[in-house]
Design a protein around this ligand. Structure first.
Ligand SMILES: Cc1cc2nc3c(=O)[nH]c(=O)nc-3n(C[C@H](O)[C@H](O)[C@H](O)COP(=O)(O)O)c2cc1C
Length: 119
């Protein structure tokens, strides 16, 4: 949402079980998933007791969990929280960004996982 300072936003359902933990955390990470991470996408988009298996994440520079083999990762410091109807708008200041240019993004469109098509 901003280049200077570097800010991004995520929208959290107010009634999500994980919303309080995310709102209280000083830092959080946004993982951009790649085509091989469909299982992680399903795990994080449906209700689950524990989404973090022992071998698929590690703490990033600021301690927030970073998923292994993500296409991109934005590690953020909490910057602000705004009202957004039935969501909270969580704004993070990006303190570290990394990406792997050789991976294709995992896409979800009209209820299905898709791939980018290049002519
Ligand atoms: C395609 C898709 C996009 C979603 N986007 C969001 C989103 O932007 N914010 C959000 O809070 N939940 C979003 N959800 C729903 C959450 O994934 C789901 O409600 C959440 O995993 C439940 O979390 P909880 O176990 O912490 O309650 C999305 C789900 C799908 C399938």
């Amino acid at each position: 949402m901003s280049l200077d300072p570097p800010l991004l936003l995520v929208c959290l359902q107010k009634r999500a079980v994980s919303a309080p933990a995310l709102l209280e955390a000083g830092h959080f990470a946004v993982n951009v998933l790649q085509t091989g991470q469909q299982p992680a996408s399903i795990r994080f988009s449906t209700r689950a007791e524990d989404r973090f298996g022992p071998n698929d994440w590690s703490p990033g520079e600021c301690g927030a969990p970073v998923l292994r083999e993500s296409l991109g990762v934005f590690e953020c410091e909490r910057h602000a929280v705004h009202e957004g109807g039935d969501h909270f708008i969580l704004v993070g200041r990006v303190v570290k960004a990394s990406f792997d240019p050789n991976m294709d993004p995992l896409l979800y469109f009209r209820g299905r996982y898709r791939r980018l098509h290049f002519d």
